[in-house]
Design a protein around this ligand. Sequence first.
Ligand code: THU
Length: 133
Amino acid sequence: MDYQKLIERAKEARKLSYSPYSHFPVGAALLTKDGKVYLGANIENASYPLCMCAERNAIYQSYLDGVRKDDIVAIAIVADTPNPCSPCGACRQVISELLRTDADIIMTNLKDETTVVKVKDILPFAFSEEDLK
Ligand code: THU
């Protein structure tokens, strides 16, 4: 699947966002090697810290279906931002553990301005499982 199609799926996912507090819907679409796509959107709560980002919902959804890091090719993220939408710090931490270092992060906005970066480039000095040994 080409990345433009994946971006379109992320835009679809964004429409499923529940974001009555921020009014900032975000969509994500995760692509596996065998061409499966898992969608995520941000889901908010009146208890604000419980809000969950689009990226983590997509990643967790894929893991719940048996997907693991070696299966994941890319994740696309879209929001109505002036520049391509960048994953928050918490999502970077999760991405750095659950996706391969060479997987692509496709950041985009509603104008289709797109930046693609590798997982290994988004969180230098990440805390990881190695630190727990
Ligand atoms: N949000 C995401 O879903 N992903 C990001 O990477 C940035 C922030 C959500 C969280 C919250 O529901 C809203 O956007 C405003 O921060």
